[in-house]
Design a protein around this ligand. Sequence first.
Ligand code: AMP
Length: 118
Amino acid sequence: MCIFCKIINKEIPANVIAEDENCLAFHDINPKAPVHILAIPKIHVDSFNEVTPQIMENMTTFMQNVAKEVGIDQNGYRVITNIGENGGQEVQHLHFHILGGAKLKWGHFSDSDPKDFL
Ligand code: AMP
């Protein structure tokens, strides 16, 4: 069973923020912004590659509500999902990073030369 399924099953602890029938949100253990939340579907999906529109429908409303609950919806935030090896995905259970609480840099995306990646 994957680590996020274990969190869903309460086999390992997490700092849970919100939960409904289909989704769970908890603080990232290694935050990269003042607010760094992970939102996941309760059903196991490996990545965005496999997600269905039905799951995304649930997750979209859920994540909008989480952003409101933690008070980042008005000032803005970022939603990211990493996919596969090139995307830097470490946990093979679909998750959306919700990052906020400060003006986020675009970092290496804006500063780098695309050729750096070749
Ligand atoms: P990714 O690289 O997109 O797969 O992101 C995986 C994220 O999961 C990383 O930001 C980790 O810090 C986070 N993470 C891994 N294990 C846990 C855990 N047990 N509780 C909370 N966050 C975790």
